[in-house]
Design a protein around this ligand. Structure first.
Ligand code: FAD
Ligand code: EPU
Length: 335
């Protein structure tokens, strides 16, 4: 059922109060098709968990929340299992399902908010893993033709926090299901420094996938604000991938700049470190600001406007460009 003048505050983890002209959830393709017959010429917005969006104004169109559910094992052998999940499932529920059944491969991605359907949108990643590592294919509803199209890994054009759905095919498809290949014989990935330190604290020597998941949950809970308490959308900016000459120029003033190798001879810098060094960490402007524990996370403490948070991000981009010669790019989808 379509509701009018619908408050989206509970549907975005920034907790921004904006209104959609019309809103409905859908839990089957038939329901989606039926809703699209009532679209008129309205702009469309598909929402999962609303954990990677910043609303800067009311949405003058039809917002459709994806509630296509169901997790199925569709194939398995002695070493692997193929799992297909509805796009509306909560990502962390899928992780817990896999960890409980001893299916390995997504434990490092524990506790990332949002839906399964959004996981390929920006190739979610954390603690040394990305979904492209376990991704097999996805099905997506083509809005213009009403057909379901299948995309394999290559067709998704995954990159760091990128996919074809954020670029060339933006706003053309609704992802309806995602299929992943997980392992029964695990390759434990504990190389990310913070995981090693957490496992030591937990006194775990030979970690299981459950231990990795528990360690990641503990690290994330200690560093990142819980959206149920403080509005946020995780990292507001991407970590910039730059020419090594830029790194060298920063190293002239700061010898301990965190940096990581990136493809094509480039280096990835830590945007949180740059923003922190520039003095923004913990800065608060009445109802919003830069998080005290993680400078990459912008926060809404109560009833900030999305436009205020957007303006803050613009100021940060200009300051980082000025101080370090690095152009930050927003990770969060601005609406
Ligand atoms: P939404 O915010 O609902 O949507 C995001 C975009 O995808 C929108 O443009 C929307 O239109 C589109 N979209 C959503 N679902 C579909 C669909 N089924 N078909 C087509 N388009 C769709 N991200 C990481 O990668 N790594 C992290 O470690 C991480 N940590 C986070 C921590 C916190 C506290 C928070 C709040 C966010 C974090 N994020 C992280 C960002 C966020 O969790 C992910 O981007 C997540 O995949 C977003 O899912 P969602 O369902 O909430 O997407
Ligand atoms: N740092 C600071 N000050 C800060 C924040 C970070 O100096 O305020 C330094 C840290 O000390 C560390 C480096 O920056 O040396 C990197 O920090 P961290 O390990 O916390 O990771 P991040 O680069 O800030 C990225 C992802 C996160 C992901 C974590 C863990 C991006 C944009 N962000 O954060 O993803 O969870 O690594 O893998 O790539 C998200 O995308 O929303 C997100 C939360």
């Amino acid at each position: 059922m379509i509701q009018e003048n619908f408050n989206l505050r509970p549907y975005n983890t920034f907790g921004i109060e904006v209104f959609a002209k019309r809103f409905s959830a859908f839990s089957s393709i038939a329901e989606l098709k039926e809703l699209l017959t009532q679209r008129n010429d309205d702009p469309l917005l598909f929402l999962g968990g609303g954990s990677n969006v910043l609303f800067t104004k009311d949405f003058d169109g039809l917002v459709l929340r994806n509630e296509l559910n169901g997790i199925e094992v569709i194939d398995e052998n002695d070493t692997h299992v193929i799992i297909k999940s509805g796009a509306g499932e909560v990502w962390h529920d899928l992780v817990l399902f896999c960890v409980e059944n001893n299916y390995g491969g997504i434990e490092n991605l524990s506790l990332i908010p949002g839906s399964v359907g959004a996981s390929p949108m920006q190739n979610i990643g954390a603690y040394g893993a990305e979904i492209k590592d376990v991704f097999v294919s996805l099905e997506a509803f083509h809005i213009e033709s009403g057909e379901i199209h299948s995309f394999d890994k290559e067709a998704c054009e995954f990159g760091y926090r990128e996919s074809v759905f954020k670029r060339r095919l933006k706003d053309q498809y609704v992802i309806t299901s995602v299929t992943y290949k997980l392992t029964k014989q695990h390759v434990i990935n504990s190389s990310y420094g913070a995981i090693e330190a957490e496992l030591e604290k937990m006194e775990v020597i030979d970690p299981t996938i459950k231990d990795i998941s528990d360690a990641v949950i503990a690290i994330r809970s200690s560093k990142l604000p819980n959206p149920a308490e403080i509005g946020n959308a995780g990292s507001f900016f991407k970590n910039p991938v730059v020419d090594p000459l830029i790194l060298e120029s920063i190293q002239r003033n700061y010898d301990k700049v965190p940096n990581y190798p990136a493809p094509n001879g480039k280096v990835k810098l830590a945007a949180g470190w740059l923003i922190d060094q520039a003095g923004w960490k913990g800065k608060t402007f009445e109802t919003y600001g830069v998080h005290k524990m993680q400078a990459l996370v912008l926060v809404n403490y109560s009833d900030a406007k999305g436009a205020q948070i957007f303006d803050l991000s613009t100021q940060i981009i200009a300051d980082i460009k000025d101080k370090f010669g690095v152009e930050l790019e927003r990770e969060v989808n601005i609406l």
